[in-house]
Design a binder for this molecule. Structure first.
Ligand SMILES: *Cc1c(COP(=O)(O)O)cnc(C)c1O
Length: 356
């Protein structure tokens, strides 16, 4: 890649309809102060059958949750967007920047499948530039693939399904040289020793970092994804999102759950310990060819007869992810790290499959 400073311009990147868009103005947007009689949103003033405050629309910009996330992650509130899962943030990126039938994005497989699905839903073309055999970025391939209509590049680090981190230096090279948006998906960052890119938002105006409460935080059912970016990009996200995209129950529960940093950090330590233990135990089996070193809460394991092992495990009530037909993951199963007891059972059954 050439080493030239990026000439990023948000205005040049945005779709025209989004630039022109007048966002929906909700009752809660138009009146923000404290009041004792709220007769502006056609809510039920009597209450709700479940809990009194659920008769009111939630805070559209989730200030209290963002304030708490700011304290945990050190990212200023104005640089935070909250979505109904990271998947909502991914979809909004397409809708903000990619003109269907004209623009394109770059994907670097094997990686998270949602980027491709979201591109397809939005009728946006994608160019695939495979990772190298050691699951790192092919910088020359990416440079060749970029054209005047390339708006987004998705990089998942630690990567799903391979588990490894993408070299920071390589991501920075793309951030500096690409005029479009670089999306760094850090869904698994809590399990990694690598620093988060959230500390680099001021340096890179074209950086969007995705994180989620679905993995390390143990809140997958609540659907809370985060996007971190400069405040102009966050403003675009807020303009496009449905007005009340994070429901009150999620906001309430998340506010409470975010008090649990300590237990979450304990779990992370335990998962990382179990990950290393399970990796080592699998590696010594003659039928296991490779365990990719992982910075996530799962491991990608190349082994003999992956599909037969998968089916054997299903019979024992153990479900893993068969990635054996995925390009560059041939022969691999992806194993999520469970509790110590679960991992022990898994290992026992794997050994039983191979040794009878
Ligand atoms: C699990 C996962 C997510 C999380 O998505 P949510 O919609 O927030 O649950 C995002 N990115 C990657 C790579 C993932 O594996």
């Amino acid at each position: 890649m050439k080493n030239m400073k990026t000439s990023f311009s948000l205005n040049l990147l945005l779709r025209d309809n989004i630039k022109r868009l007048v966002p929906y103005s909700s009752a809660r947007d138009e009146f923000k102060g404290e009041a004792s009689i709220l007769l502006d949103a056609n809510e039920n003033a009597f209450g709700s059958p479940y809990a009194r405050n659920y008769n009111r629309y939630p805070d559209p910009l989730q200030h209290r949750v963002k304030e708490k996330l700011h304290r945990i992650k050190g990212v200023p509130v104005e640089n935070i967007f909250l979505g109904n899962g990271s998947d909502e943030a991914i979809d909004i990126l397409f809708r903000a920047f990619c003109e269907p039938g004209r623009d394109n994005v770059i994907l670097v497989p094997p990686t998270y499948g949602m980027y491709e699905v979201s591109a397809n839903i939005n009728n946006v073309a994608y160019k695939k530039v495979n990772l190298t055999i050691d699951y790192q970025l092919d910088l020359d391939g990416i440079a060749e693939a970029i054209d005047a209509h390339t708006k987004l590049i998705f990089i998942c680090s630690p990567n799903n399904p391979t588990g490894n981190s993408i070299r920071r230096q390589d991501i920075e090279t793309i951030l500096v040289n690409f005029d479009g948006i670089v999306v760094v998906d850090e869904a698994y960052i809590n399990f990694s020793k690598q620093p988060s890119f959230t500390t680099d938002l001021a340096e890179f105006p074209n950086l969007v970092v995705l994180q989620t409460l679905s993995k390390a935080w143990g809140l997958a059912a609540l659907r809370l994804g985060m996007a971190f970016a400069n405040k102009e990009i966050i403003a675009v996200f807020n303009k496009i999102k449905p007005p009340y995209n994070i429901n009150q129950a999620t906001q309430d529960i998340v506010l409470e759950a975010l008090e649990g940093v300590e237990i979450v950090n304990e779990w992370i330590k335990e998962v990382v310990g179990e990950r290393e233990k399970l990796s080592a135990a699998l590696q010594v089996l003659p039928q296991v060819t490779h365990v990719t070193p992982s910075d996530a809460n799962f491991i990608l394991v190349k082994l003999e007869e992956p599909r037969a092992l998968y089916n054997f495990l299903v019979d024992k009530g153990i479900i893993v992810r068969d990635r054996s037909k995925v390009e560059l993951c041939e022969g691999c199963l992806r194993l999520t790290i469970g509790t110590p007891a679960e991992n022990k059972t898994l290992l026992k059954e794997v050994k039983r499959f191979y040794n009878g």
